[in-house]
Design a protein around this ligand. Sequence first.
Ligand SMILES: C[S@@+](CC[C@H](N)C(=O)[O-])C[C@H]1O[C@@H](n2cnc3c(N)ncnc32)[C@H](O)[C@@H]1O
Length: 343
Amino acid sequence: MTNKRTRQRPPSAKSAGMAEGPARVSDKPEGRDVYLQLQRRLLESSLEPLKEMVRAGETDGDTATALLVNDWKTRRGDSRTASFRKFVENSGPIFENEPYFDAGYDLLMDRSYMIAKASSNAQLFFKIYQHLSGEPYDSPKQLLKIMREIAKGKRFLELGCGPGFCLGVLRELGAEVAGVEMRLEFANAVPEAGVRCGDAEFLGDLFGDSRFDVIYSHDFFCESVVLERLKSLSVAAAAFRHMEDGGLGIHQINCWKMPLPVFLFDMWVTLSQRGDDFEQFQNTFWNLPPEEMEDSFYTNRFSLDPQDLLRLGVEIKELSLENDVFTLVARKPLSKGRGEQPD
Ligand SMILES: C[S@@+](CC[C@H](N)C(=O)[O-])C[C@H]1O[C@@H](n2cnc3c(N)ncnc32)[C@H](O)[C@@H]1O
């Protein structure tokens, strides 16, 4: 998915050292200043043609940002593990297109979820395959058949599912699916996905005492969703209550730092659509101390503490950072954990 969230706070003039501080002895840039100016000029010139197309209405900002993101991912594609690449290459009809959501969260532009062609997130399905088949991924030709065997008749619940792209894929594979999404416009975006609108902390209100074989999430237990640790723990406890004994929790977040051109272009799109001054933002940005500048790029942080899960009685099966994706896989023990029942 393109990471269009309203995450960046424009740096303050004070933190940028613009409002106060000693006057410069010389206006001639030196050292790091020269390097930053060079970088700035380079970026400005290389992004200008894209901006021109957006200004002229030949394309929209989201499409241009998606192009930059995909271009960047393609160029560093070798960071993906060989088995993951094999999985994607052999996915065939499981994925219509690109394995990533190509959908933007456009809160500022009053356009809700942009539904593009991509059907799902390959890394999530890769983990479902690994943990439910109990076999290493070594039979690409059998992928679809095995995925169907894995999914058939299993009950999947997605937390914070947006419009429910992943659910759609799982349903096609024969699974029984349910999703919970807090935002009404996302929950209603794809009526046939059957997404329920509500808070994942109160699963009982939506699903009674139903239990699920797999409860999963993508980009949900993370700071960008503002799911703080205590809220995350409450949601995890609710999920634990609604999980079958022996059931699995698979939770992933995309964990990558935006490259500078993507970050700046994304800001340009966002600010210019809002009618805010991008130049002013840029001037402040380039004067930030290096750490603060780096902090402004997008990084996602997992908000669920594995220690809390252990205390809930969950077994941790995997904690990994692969292919830019952080994954936690947890299992509810077969014997009833601490006598908890669905709420
Ligand atoms: C970053 S989006 C990820 C959506 C989707 N899983 C994806 O990967 O494209 C996080 C989603 O979680 C939803 N959300 C946040 N808090 C929630 C809560 N307490 N209960 C249900 N959904 C929630 C948000 O509305 C948003 O759609």
